[in-house]
Design a protein around this ligand. Structure first.
Ligand code: ASN
Length: 333
């Protein structure tokens, strides 16, 4: 019989480097390992006093994950929470981990501890970080104090809120950081210690069936007149512009962006990697003030890729311009 005080943690594997092996013929690493294999590689797991269930939902590199996969993942997490699961750990590739985590934060109904983790080094490399990250993630998922905090990311013994965390390095095992806030906690001798609480989460109801939307992220670049968006492309449902600095674009792209903003939601984020888009610091054509006067929506602290996830989720439920800008204002800071 199950001991009622033993936390019951579900581990859901999606693939990624944490689950990759190298083929003997010299090809690079590719996902092979399932959730059971991942747990077998974790030293000290038996002493953690948790009961584990495993689910291998996908076995893909994370660049190939899609919103339909995340919708299915959300359904599974909510289903597990409705059974007797106390916490959930999702393992996936690190390339898109910050987007998945934010999607889950916006979408999962349940308020059980939910943690996403991965690895920068595959199991066959010296100093593979997957087992330590998985052990730490399980410890956080088993921690009742993180209940209700939304989806968290645990990497390198740091606990991050999904709203602020970013992959900031291509290879370092310390690739994950929250440039605007720092980590919300750490693992100290294997035990989660929360230092601050993340901002309250917003949960957006899910549509009954996946309803894909076409929303590209378009970065600005010196001398680029956004030719890819010309002539006007009616197939786009929305746009996220990753502008310069606090939210700027070249003057010769302003009319084009205003044309889009008159028809579809256009969100203004920053390509800098940290800090918020401003509202009224600059007043020249192409400044953040000019663009917001022309209908662009301020992404606040949300980076362009998370802004896209939020916009897609809002469009999926047919939110209008006012609801979209109100949600961004409330959630993006
Ligand atoms: N470190 C990783 O997991 C990178 C890998 N390309 C992935 O995202 O699946």
């Amino acid at each position: 019989m199950r001991n009622a005080s033993t936390p019951r943690i579900a581990v859901i594997a999606l693939g990624g480097t944490i689950a990759m092996t190298r083929s003997p013929d010299g090809d690079g690493a590719a996902p092979e390992l399932d959730a059971d294999d991942l747990l077998e590689s974790v030293p000290g797991l038996a002493e953690r006093g948790v009961e584990l269930t495993t689910h291998t939902l996908r076995s893909v590199p994370s660049p190939s994950l899609g919103l339909a996969d995340l919708a299915e993942l959300t359904t599974l997490v909510d289903k597990l929470a409705d059974s007797d699961t106390d916490g959930v750990v999702v393992t996936q590739g690190t390339d898109t981990l910050e987007e998945s985590a934010f999607f889950l934060d916006l979408t999962v109904r349940a308020d059980i501890p939910l943690v996403v983790t991965g690895a920068m080094r595959s199991p066959s490399l010296a100093g593979a970080d997957g087992p330590a990250n998985l052990l730490a993630a399980i410890a956080v998922a088993a921690e009742p104090a993180v209940r209700g905090l939304g989806c968290l990311v645990v990497m390198s013994d740091e606990i991050h809120s999904s709203r602020h965390v970013r992959k900031t390095h291509t290879t370092s095992t310390a690739a994950f950081a929250s440039p605007d806030t720092g980590p919300i906690g750490h693992l100290v001798e294997g035990t989660p210690r929360l230092l601050v609480r993340p901002e309250a989460r917003t949960v957006l109801p899910r549509p009954d069936a996946p309803d894909p939307r076409t929303v590209p992220v378009v970065p600005t670049a010196l001398g680029d007149d956004l030719a890819l968006l010309r002539p006007y492309r009616p197939g786009l449902d929305g746009l996220v512009v990753a502008g310069f600095g606090v939210g700027h674009v070249p003057e010769d792209t302003v009319d084009l962006l205003a044309t889009y903003a008159a028809r579809v939601p256009v969100v203004l984020a920053t390509r800098t990697g940290a800090g918020a888009v401003h509202r009224a610091s600059y007043g020249y054509p192409g400044s953040e003030q000019d663009l917001q006067r022309r209908g662009l929506i301020n992404a606040g602290f949300l980076d362009p890729f998370k802004a896209r996830i939020l916009l897609v989720r809002l469009l999926e439920r047919d939110a209008g311009h006012t609801e979209i800008s109100d949600t961004f204002a409330a959630l993006a800071g």
